[in-house]
Ligand binder design. Sequence first.
Ligand code: BG6
Length: 493
Amino acid sequence: MDQINTNEPNIFVIFGATGDLTYRKLIPAIYNLYIQNLLPEKFNFICVGRREFSQNDYRNNAKKALKEFSKSTFKEEEFEKFSEIFKYLRLDFVKDEKYQSLKDLIKSMCEKYSHDENILYYMAVSPEYFSVIVDKLKSNNLADNTKGIKRVIIEKPFGENLESARELNKKMTETFTENEIYRIDHYLGKEMSQNIMAIRFANPILEHVWNNRYIDNIQITSNESLGVLTRGKYYEKSGALKDMFQNHMLQLLTLIAMEPPVSLSTEDVRDEKVKVLKAMPIVDEKFVRENIVRGQYIEDKKGTLKAYRSEEDVSCDSMVETFVAIKCFINNYRWTGVPFYVRTGKRLNKKITEVVIEFKNAPFVLYNEDNKLQPNLLVIRIHPDERIFLNLSVKKPGNENEIIPIQMDFCQNCHSLVSTEAYEKLMYDAIRGESTLFTRWDETEFSWKYVEKIFEIWDNNKDIPLYNYHSLSEGPYEMNKLLHKENMKWWDI
Ligand code: BG6
């Protein structure tokens, strides 16, 4: 990583300092940047929360979090120095007058270290506070970019639907410019998601065949083995479509499908991603019935895991989908005719995120007379291993002319290469003002448009089935009906 530009935010304010995200991801991310000397000089951060904590108590919480979530890098003596750069501040987000204490703290830090009010805010709070806090920052003169750099990172969900996303965006842009807003999609910070563009555009051998002449279909999977845990309340309003598909899955899809950008600059990359979303036809009822399968988990076969409807804060007749599989199309020159099968769900048999590119098969002559040859597959695995492999066919050694599948395999995190955690990379970029791995408003808006229509159709057509699937299974059997030809399968390699 390059050494950081010192003309960058010196103050990082996290709203939601006592939440899970801060302890699990944000504090470890900043700590890791700190020990690698990748934070700007004179950097301080303020952890803002609603609960009462002494500095010492909060410090102990942070330490505990680091010991648990940053085990491999935690060192007592490093933590001692690190703890000097953060302060806990109790503040009621909705009360205007309380922001004076934040103002005072920022002012005293700026005076002490003689720098401008260069501030990066992070909204790690529940979404109902996003607009409230942004409003208060404005009315308290804490977002004024004439007094120094101002940036804001906003967690997902960015709205609950198209309308609320638009409202939120309106609020945000009344205070910050689009360039100052960093909408998080942590999938973009994952090493192998970033690698998708590199794999495509740094290897001409691939880019030449990356189109509907050579590719039969593309499968994008993000399966989880955990259920909704304690997030039932949120999930009841969200479901797999809004929680995963609208953001993470569509982001992966755009990276796979985009045209080569003119340059790697933020706007050039984002422009190409948006074009993919624009080329996805808005769905109608027929499409939804034929190309989308939704499911909900029930107990596992042994009866040890709860059904979704028995989870905490979940209604006993909930119709919320915990699984969704969609056969998407991109109507442009490159992709017309190539289905993109996208699926995601909770409580499945394993946690895996990957993209499988299935190439068109060899003609039914030479080695493939009986149509048994496995197609060439290029697999980009994002989780659990960071890996790329290519399935080819070779002759099995021996006297017979038998063909067997083999894999050419590169595994990034199986050897010594250590990957950066997604939040660490995203924090690092936001501090430097690099926003390529954050989503621009039009990306968010187009993806909401696509998803909202599906939602509306489900809502108006209660007869569209919600299939049950057993916890720890592969998902609803009906997802197979989306596949477009005989003998075809969802790859599980
Ligand atoms: C979050 C969703 O955005 O992504 C969660 O809200 C989901 O429901 C999580 O579990 C998955 O992220 P990852 O990195 O574990 O694949």
